[in-house]
Structures are given as C-alpha cells and as structure tokens.
Design a protein around this ligand. Structure first.
Ligand code: AMP
Ligand code: DBH
Length: 547
C-alpha cells in the first residue's frame, strides 16, 4: 500500500477476495478486456467527438506513454480538473495505466481548493481545459506553479499557450515500459465534501472501486446497450461511479458527456443519443419536473432517472415519478465508500420514501447514539459503516482518522439516519458541520477560516439555512471587531472571499451581523441555535412578503 493509505486488515481483505468481491482486476485490465470484447462499440460521446472502446484504449495508452516520457512515475499524484469532456476519461485511464494517481478536482474549484489539494497531495502535474464556463484555468495554473513547487507540469486540453498541450504528449506505447500496477493499490484520490477546515483526500483502490462499479451496474441494470449521460460534474463520485461513467465502462456501455443539466440541452441529448440512464441532484430534478410539462422531446429511451447527493422530499420524488415515464432511483452515497440505492423493482412507496439500501451484503451498517451504542431498529442515530469498498482512512490524515473511524474500522459518516423494518435507510439529517447546498458539500469551518482572515471581523459562524430550491443555502453570522465603526458591505465580503480563491458555491448566500452568538450550556457556539435563528427570520420575511 502506498504511504499515507490505510489498508483493510489482512483477514478482511482475504474474505473480500474469497467472496469474489475483489476481483484482482485493475482499471487498465478492465479497459483492455472490454476493448477486446467489443472494440468498435462507442465508449464516449462528447459534443461532436466520439471514441470507440478501441479509440479510448489507444489514446489512453498513447497518453500514458507520453506521461512516462515526461517523467510522471508510478504513485505520482496528478490533479485533474476537467469538465465533462471525453478527454477526462482518456486522462484517467492513461494515469491508471502508469499507476499515477488522478486527484479529482471539480471544475468549480478555484485557487483555494486547487492550491490546497496540490500541496496536500504533492502533485507533480495539473491537467486542465483552457477555458470553461468563462473561466481561464491557465491563469490559475500559472499561479499554482509559483505557489506549489511540486507541480512541474501543466497539461492543457485546448489552447495551451505557454503550457504543454495534452495532445502533443501522445507517443508510441511500444517505446516505453509500463510499470506493473496491482489491484490492491490505490488507483486515485477522491475529494471529500469535508466537515473540517481543510478537505480530505480519499484513496480508493482498483479492487474496492471496481467492486462498487460491479454492484452498481448490476443494481442499475446496466449492459452494453446502456447509454449513461453525465450531467453532474463527472469527477464527482456520484456521476463517476454510481454507476456513472466508470460503471458504464465497466458494463461496456456508452457514456454521453453533457455540459450541465439544463433541460433544453439535456432533453435534446437524451432524444439524440437515446440515453437510458442519468443522474441528478434534487434541485435539478425539480427543474426537470417543470420542464417536462411543456417540452416536446422524445424521452422514451430513458429507463432510469437517479436522484441523489442531497435529501429529496417524498413529495418531489412522487412528482418526478409521475412526470417521467421511467423508474426513479434514489441514491445515497459518499466518496468515502458506502452507496445505497432503491432497487428498480422496489414498490413505489420505498422508492419515494427511502434512500435505499447498500450495494453489498458485506456492507455493515450501524446506527448508534452519541455514546456509540446501537439504537433500536427504526430509531434515528449516527450512521456508521464498514465494508468492501469503504475506506479505512483518509490519505495522510492520521489524527483526523482517529476521529472519523471507530477503533474497529467503521467510518463515521456524520449522517443521521434510521433503518426501516424492511432494511431501507432514510437520511434524517446531519451531525457533521457541513452544509449541503443542493448536493454541493461545504465544510462550515473552511468558510469560517477564510472569513476570519478579514481584518474587520472578530468572529464568524457559518450555518445552513433552509431553501425551497437548493434544500439548504449558506448563511454566515458575523461579529464585527469592536474598534471598527463601519461594517464591510456584503458585496465587499463576497469579493474578499472570491479574491481568496474560494469556489463560488461556498461563498455565503447571506451575511448576518450580530453582536454575539447564541451559545450552548457549555459555552460553545450553538449552531443549532443559529440555524433556528436564521430559519425564523426567513419565515418572518416570507410572511411579510406575502402580506
Ligand atoms: P461527499 O462528501 O460529497 O461524498 O458527500 C456525501 C454526503 O452527501 C453524505 O454523507 C450525505 O451527507 C450526503 N448525501 C448523499 N446522498 C444523499 C441523499 N440521497 N440524501 C441525503 N443526503 C445525501
Ligand atoms: O453525495 C455524494 O457524495 C454521493 C451521492 C450519491 C456519492 O458519492 C455517490 C452517490 O456515490
């Protein structure tokens, strides 16, 4: 195992192998295998471009050869920040081939996140597209190379300016020797939504991830006929693996890369490419329900519509079920491992009311009280889990791991859940200090630390506030320094955070100046109290507005 990764105990690993869960297959072997079976099947559709399995394998091998010649070695980390384009898959399969680890960043991440994960992972290279969503990633890359000395290479899809073009690296695979990679080794580092000041990296092995793909593909009924459309950012664990783009490759199907999930574009793509399955977060599902009333595209190819990443009300779930002529599937997962699905043949009641059950019979679930004592079936408690594809530790985070895992290796998800009599989970809330803004996770402490860097602010507390559309939004309570006369304007605070390079989705939607924070009996800031305070205020404002 690579330094900084926590392996499963040997006994457990042996059991998962003996049960056939861990197949001993690497991602490169998987792609080679699928390519051998149907080389000319379409693997990826991305805008006007198409890759067959043969194309994907060939390009991945060529890029892999180029990366070796560039000096990227086995176990080197490479930050990959690409939008939903076919090259994303070429890049990650190339990195898998040489045993280098992609570190997945989202297109919305900015300096604060990218610098941090590059430094934390000691990344040797950074792979971007030139411009996306009006943002020029090359500017960030130039600053990154100054700030983080480990980053020796910037590789660009598109106009590369002074950097290296990804394409120019393609070389003859016969001219290099590929290192041996093994299925029990870490394949990549996934980013956690996080609940502490700094996000954590999640090492996932070939064995464990491919097992989750295998289970996901089976549960979602994927085959080589399946067409999966990625509308959520494909590097996120949900569209990457549940079953997502990689689960589709696992099943030998076709991946359609979509740029965002607006109904205008997405519905047209469904019709054009005969998409059979796609994944949404709840706010997007609400937009699709509205659009379905008036749009005329033929969506009859769609078999499964997945919704996950944030809590989905049973009212909206029922509406979605009625609006689309396909099966709704709720998905409750996490980049750390455990993924739950409602099954395609579950009764409607289960599909609209619950977040489903784990992929594997070997997934262990415990629901416990504050003292780690298991609660009665049906009662709400902290969700703990352990299993064949749930990590035993974050990357290089020994101290944090002592808090995030129990001594016997259960991961503390930070979610509050209960289990129904028939074994399905219902997410009841969250104990971790995180805000779930329509599926985008924000660690309160991370935003607080940025705000505390502002010289006018004495103290801050960041909490969620209810929102009809996104479920939750971000509210920052702030206390001004006594000696300051003037409050920084909201616009100034937002700009301050933007200039610090914080991703836009983490910038508070609302700022509330207060003279003190509500505290708990032991004198800690009561986030529960602050959440109630802003919720009450919003309610009042709503009432006044409707008067
Ligand atoms: P991440 O850190 O981005 O991997 O996010 C994982 C977290 O997202 C989970 O621990 C939950 O808090 C939340 N989550 C994911 N899916 C659902 C869902 N279907 N319902 C409620 N919360 C969810
Ligand atoms: O929110 C998530 O992180 C998530 C949701 C659904 C996830 O990681 C997954 C499925 O695999």
């Amino acid at each position: 195992m690579m330094e900084g990764c926590t392996p499963w105990p040997e006994e457990e690993a042996r059991r998962y192998r003996n049960l056939g869960y861990w197949q001993g297959m690497t991602f490169s072997e998987l792609l080679a295998e699928r390519t051998k079976v149907h080389p000319l099947q379409t693997a990826i559709i991305s805008g006007e471009k198409r890759w067959t399995y043969q194309d994907l394998k060939q390009e991945a091998d060529q890029l892999a050869a180029g990366l070796i010649q560039l000096g990227i070695h086995k176990e080197d980390r490479v930050v990959v920040q690409l939008p939903n384009i076919g090259e994303l898959l070429v890049v990650i399969f190339a990195l898998f081939r040489i045993g280098a680890l992609p570190v997945f960043a989202l297109p919305s991440h900015r300096k604060s996140e990218i610098f941090y994960i590059s430094e934390y992972s000691e990344a040797k290279a950074y792979i971007i597209q030139d411009i996306y969503g009006g943002y020029d990633y090359r500017k960030m890359a130039a600053e990154l190379q100054h700030a983080v000395s480990s980053v020796q290479h910037v590789l660009v899809v598109g106009d590369h300016e002074n950097f290296q073009s990804l394409r120019s690296l393609y070389s003859d695979p016969a001219s290099v020797t590929f290192p041996v990679t093994r299925a029990e080794e870490a394949a990549f580092l996934q980013l956690s939504g996080g609940s502490t000041g700094l996000p954590k990296l999640i090492p996932r092995t070939h064995d464990d991830y491919i097992y989750s793909l295998h289970g996901s593909a089976e549960i979602c009924g994927l085959s080589e006929k399946s067409v999966y459309m990625a509308v959520l950012p494909a590097a996120h664990n949900f569209p990457l693996s549940s079953p997502g783009v990689l689960g589709t490759i696992y099943a030998g199907g076709t991946v359609v890369m979509a740029e965002g999930g607006s109904p205008e574009r997405a519905f047209a793509l469904i019709e054009k490419e005969k998409v059979t399955i796609t994944a949404l977060v709840p706010p997007l599902a609400m937009v699709w329900i509205e659009a379905a009333k008036s749009r005329k595209e033929n969506l009859s190819s769609l078999q499964v519509l997945q919704v996950g990443g944030a809590s989905f009300s049973k009212e909206t779930a029922s509406k979605l079920n009625q609006s689309f002529d396909c099966v709704l599937q709720q998905v409750f997962g996490m980049a750390e491992g455990l993924v739950n699905y409602t099954r395609l043949d579950d009764p409607e009641e289960v599909i609209v009311r619950t977040q489903g059950r784990p992929i594997s019979p070997a997934d262990e679930i415990q629901i416990v009280d504050d003292e780690d004592i298991v609660v009665n079936r049906g009662e709400t408690g902290h969700l703990l889990t352990r299993g064949p594809y749930t990590i035993r530790g974050y990357y290089k985070a020994e101290e944090h791991n002592r808090r995030s895992f129990t001594p016997d290796g259960f991961y503390r998800t930070g979610d509050l859940a209960r289990m129904t009599a028939d074994g399905n989970l219902i997410v009841m809330g969250r104990a971790k200090d995180q805000i779930n803004r329509g599926g985008e996770k924000i660690a309160a402490e991370e935003v607080e630390n940025h705000l505390l860097a502002h010289e006018d602010l004495y103290d801050v507390a960041v909490v969620s506030m209810p929102d009809d559309f996104l479920g939750e939004r971000v509210c920052a309570f702030i206390i001004l320094r006594e000696e300051r006369q003037e409050r920084p304007s909201i616009r100034e605070l937002r700009r301050f955070l933007e200039e610090r390079g914080l991703a836009a989705y983490k910038i508070p939607d609302r700022f509330e100046y207060v003279s003190s924070f509500e505290v708990t009996a032991v004198g800690k800031v009561s986030k529960k109290g602050l959440r109630a305070q802003i919720a009450d205020k919003l309610n009042l404002e709503k009432k006044l507005q409707t008067k």
